[in-house]
Design a protein around this ligand. Structure first.
Ligand code: ATP
Length: 247
């Protein structure tokens, strides 16, 4: 069994010093794995990802209990930028491209924490285009004028430009047509396999997430209520009834 790239142990998260949102969440992503974090709107998926990436602080959120370890080392005061440099990057829900920059300029912003040279960055840009040929076609277009699917691809491509080891991917299916969702998940899976990048995927679309993930956790009200292999969750009667829309 591969070691965990990230291990979250019993964390509590509080917003604004008073609102307790995570009430003891534990989960692990094995090195090279794809793990799905499932649950309804408001269950705490985004908060969990932000606790790992340290983006919580920008929202007056705080981990008040528990630990998060990356490669076995407990994270503490690192800034989000420090974590990007160590290989942890979050792709935010809602795509968040720089609308006035071109697609290619957006991708290049992903390399800003890197200290290696222009050659390596140019090589990685080609790597991103090999996964997303559509972005190469659209590279000189202003990102704000590209489609929702293209903006989601740009957001993932930008994350890849930081040479991540762990991508925290928040709701990539949101607002996209089913066929496009499938296409994006295929590419994410390919990136996982070919580059060995581990992925923690927050999704409300349980059905698609459990087809691409190896393992899943279900969050309800800030607690993990169930976890297991993707296959076992797909077969589970409660999961079928409450999350897969069939009984
Ligand atoms: P979604 O799919 O809507 O992102 P989620 O499962 O990711 O849902 P979170 O976004 O983590 O859930 O939200 C969990 C709870 O924390 C919700 O009740 C939400 O209102 C609350 N919350 C989120 N961000 C903040 C914040 N900055 N300040 C206060 N409460 C917040």
């Amino acid at each position: 069994q591969p070691a965990a790239i990230v291990a979250v142990s019993n964390i509590e998260v509080v917003y604004n010093h008073v609102i307790l949102v995570l009430k003891g969440v534990s989960l692990e992503v094995p090195e090279g794995g794809v793990v799905a974090l499932l649950g309804a709107n408001g269950a705490g998926k985004t908060t969990t990802l932000k606790a790992i990436s340290h983006l919580l602080r920008a929202e007056r959120g705080e981990v008040t209990k528990g630990t998060i370890a990356f490669h076995g080392e407990i994270l503490a005061e690192e800034t989000p930028n420090d974590l990007v440099q160590r290989g942890v990057i979050q792709v935010m829900e809602g795509r968040h491209c720089f609308e006035h920059l071109t697609v290619e300029e957006n991708l290049l912003t992903g390399a800003y924490t890197r200290r290696d040279g222009a050659k390596a960055i140019a090589r990685d840009l080609e790597m991103v285009y090999s996964y997303f040929p559509r972005l190469k076609e659209r590279r000189t277009s202003q990102a704000g004028y590209t489609s929702g699917g293209e903006q989601q691809m740009t957001a993932i491509g930008r994350a890849l430009m930081s040479r991540p080891r762990l991508i925290l991917l928040d709701e990539p299916s949101m607002g996209l047509a089913p066929q496009l969702v499938e296409q994006i998940f295929e590419i994410v899976k390919k990136i996982n396999v070919d580059e060995g990048v581990s992925i923690l995927l927050a999704e409300q679309n349980t059905n698609v997430a459990l087809r691409y993930a190896d393992y899943g956790y279900i969050l309800e009200n800030g607690r993990v209520v169930m976890d297991g292999s993707a296959e076992s969750l797909r077969q589970n009667e409660d999961v079928k009834e409450f999350y897969l829309g069939m009984s």
